[in-house]
Design a protein around this ligand. Structure first.
Ligand SMILES: [Zn+2]
Length: 164
């Protein structure tokens, strides 16, 4: 994705109030993020431990979604999978996140939930954590496919958040 300004980022949020978007904390390394290597920007709020955010580029601009992580965590002794980047990790590295839906559904308290890497760094993980069974293939091809699949899955999640 292309780099975003603070203002563009805050304006992109579709499922929280303007006040909440104005008050959220940017990623700590916002000034030097590896933008070209991001299918979307995901981060946990450095000042509000259970809050997380996704900002996804689309043809018509950016869509930001505010997330809330579940307070209970899975055990580090069990394996779990992120449903966006499909990386298998120990349970405590994956969180259940819920997003308030947009429109009337959201006003009625409806949310959408999914299991995502707790640090929301899926874009880095599809490039660096290649499952063993894919390591015999052309690395560039593997990353190209994994990033394309990541885009599809995050678009699917956004569609569920924005469904009327
Ligand atoms: Zn992930």
């Amino acid at each position: 994705m292309e780099s975003l300004t603070d203002k563009q980022l805050r304006r992109s949020f579709v499922n929280c109030s303007r006040g909440e978007a104005a008050g959220l904390s940017l990623p700590r390394n916002f000034a030097d993020l590896p933008w070209p290597d991001l299918e979307f920007l995901g981060w946990r709020d450095p000042k509000a431990p259970l809050r997380g955010y996704l900002v996804v580029p689309r043809d018509d601009g950016y869509v930001g979604v505010a997330l809330r992580a579940a307070e209970s965590r899975m055990s580090s002794r069990t394996a779990a999978m992120c449903l966006l980047c499909q990386t298998e990790q120990s349970g405590d590295a994956i969180s259940l996140f819920t997003a308030r839906r947009t429109g009337a559904a959201g006003r009625n308290g409806n949310t959408v939930g999914t299991y995502i890497c707790a640090d929301l760094a899926c874009a880095a993980r599809v490039r660096t954590e290649i499952p063993a069974w894919l390591r015999t293939l052309d690395p560039e091809e593997v990353v190209r496919e994994r990033t394309a699949e990541l885009r599809e899955r995050v678009d699917g999640f956004l569609a569920a958040v924005e469904r009327d």
